[in-house]
Design a protein around this ligand. Sequence first.
Ligand code: SKM
Length: 269
Amino acid sequence: MKFGVIGHPISHSLSPIMHVANFNALGRNDQYSALDVSPQDFQYIKEIIKENELNGFNITIPHKESIIPYLDEISPSAEHIGAVNTVLVKDDKWIGYNTDGIGFVKGLIDKHGSIDNDNILVLGAGGASKGIVSEMMKFTNNKITVANRSITRFDNWKLDVEAMSLTDVKDILNTFDIIINTTPVGMNESSSELIIPIENINKNTLVCDIIYIPNKTPFLQACEKRGLAIYNGLDMFVYQGAESFKIWTGKEAVIEEMKNKVKNELKRR
Ligand code: SKM
């Protein structure tokens, strides 16, 4: 079978080597390529996929929303999130899914165990946050708190969450067992801005970031320095790929092989 990832730019994507590691581990002859499609050329996406004879593909920045009008069907959760990262091509029909949120949640639970009774705070209210929160709600009994700089961002949220401003959440930071940063703050290593005052966080809290390049954002570094347990976005990337593979083939991926390959490649770069 043939798969691929569509994005712009795309040369740095780790998806091809990660998926090929999985195909090899399973003894499959599948292919996975990276296709650079600029926003101007995105109107030709149907032709591009047909020419490349893909059975399924991932979609990354900046096309996760622009793909939606080209789909024949969309999963309810991808529709709710408003973003698609996985397309299944079935009998010439395109079906869109989003595996980013479930990828984060599965990775988190595999690593840290059940989140049934945890008090969880998610920072940011964009697409990534919505995806993670809607999946996480299925695995926890507590109401999830979501904090964003501007509260108007919650206007189109249909989820039953505790919505707060970043300013207000500062006073209750010590009440959370897990804190997840989904904002891009920290992507840029030269910026030392921390999104919340970390001295207010409880010592037993697990602090997560969905970013994995850099390996430790300044936010995670500062939390680690304070003695808190930290968790970056690498597992999220691996598990979203594994979930995409399951959608395309109905088979379970070999997570460990994928993870090792990505870790080694990141070390090499
Ligand atoms: O959602 C994923 C996407 O499936 C693949 C990807 C990549 O190849 O860098 C990144 C994320 O957007």
